[in-house]
Structures are given as structure tokens and as C-alpha cells.
Design a protein around this ligand. Sequence first.
Ligand code: ADE
Length: 220
Amino acid sequence: MKIDILTLFPNMFDSFFKESIIKRAIENNKVEINVIDFREYSKDPHKKVDDTPYGGGAGMVLTCQPIFDCVNSIRTPESKVIILTPSGKLYKQETAYDLSKESHLIIICGHYEGFDERILSLADLQLSIGDYVLTGGEIPALVLVDSITRLIDGVITKESHENDSFNNNLLDYPTYTKPADYNGMKVPEVLISGDHKKIDEYRKQEQIRKTKENRPDLLK
Ligand code: ADE
């Protein structure tokens, strides 16, 4: 998969892609990630990319020309264009699974007060990562890249994400490792029993218990 990220702050991405699973996915050619500074596409003599809003109001608004020119120069019929905005649809694991099957994602990060509304016509998908407002789309872009890349075939084992939280609308079951007794806090007996049928049942019950406790909305 190829992922192009359009941003005004390319340096924000540097270290993230050089560590851990994403680094390995890049090295193993499972994903190619390009960070593009869309200011370079501005035809303004001062490389301006924003302007004041029509009708008045606070802040600056990203203008059409640099983003349209940038997207139109890199998109192909296979590309999926995603705009990150707090006004988008809520991003969920299900969408991460769908997007992990695509061959080319173009992710557009906003900044300042937002996008000229006409820029939204470029998007196949407008996504928000949660009900809060960030200073820009860079952290949401990292959230997308991370959650999608780990689901690309061959990046981590299928087993590693089979029981992820949110699959089947349930949170993940609790896990433990050695020692079996840490300062009097003991690992549940069943996990040491070697009885795999019982372990499966215990884990399912724990998934339901945790979901009821932390995310009852998922069970509705
Ligand atoms: N830009 C600013 N806040 C955002 C959010 N919550 N999701 C996506 N993009 C954003």
C-alpha cells in the first residue's frame, strides 16, 4: 500500500515512521509512506496557503488551489482521498480494516480554522478520530497510518489482531505474563490450568464484563 500524507508540517512525522512496527512495515515494503508539504504547490508568490473567512469570523482558512493542485497531481483512479476534520464521520476499527485493503490512500491534514468547504469535494471520506478538536490533522493522520498499517497482510500475524478490542463489538480480554504472583496480585488460576476450553470461556466472559463496564454503548 502507498500512503501520501498532505501536511504543512512534514517534520511532525519524522520520528514516528522510524520506530517499531511501522518502521518494519516500510522496510519490508508492506507500506510506502510519503509526507508531502502542500505549501510547495501554492502558486502565491509568498507560498500562502490560507486566507481570512468570507462572512467574517476567527482564524484562517486553507485555500483551494494548493490542495487541489497537489491532490490532482498524485491521485489515480485507485486512490482513496481522506480528509481529516473534527466534522468528519467517527473513525472506527471497522474503517481501519476496510482501508487496509486499499492500494493508495491520500490523507489530507487540515490546520488553522479548517478547509475551504470546496476542498471537501476532493474527498472519498471525511474522518474524525474523536469528539475533540486538535490543532491539526497530523495526529489523526498518525492514528490512521498506525491503525491501518498493522492490519495490512503480513505486517503482524493475523492472530495478533484477531482478538483486538472492537472486533465483534467487544473489548479485548485481559492478559497477564510472568510472574504468576506479583506482590500478592495473582494471575487468574484458569490461565495456568492448561485447559484451553476453560481459558476460551473465561476470556469471552471477561470481554463481556469489560465491555459492560467501560463501553456499554458497544453492546447496544
Ligand atoms: N483535526 C482537528 N481535530 C480533529 C479530529 N478530532 N479528528 C480529525 N481531524 C482533526
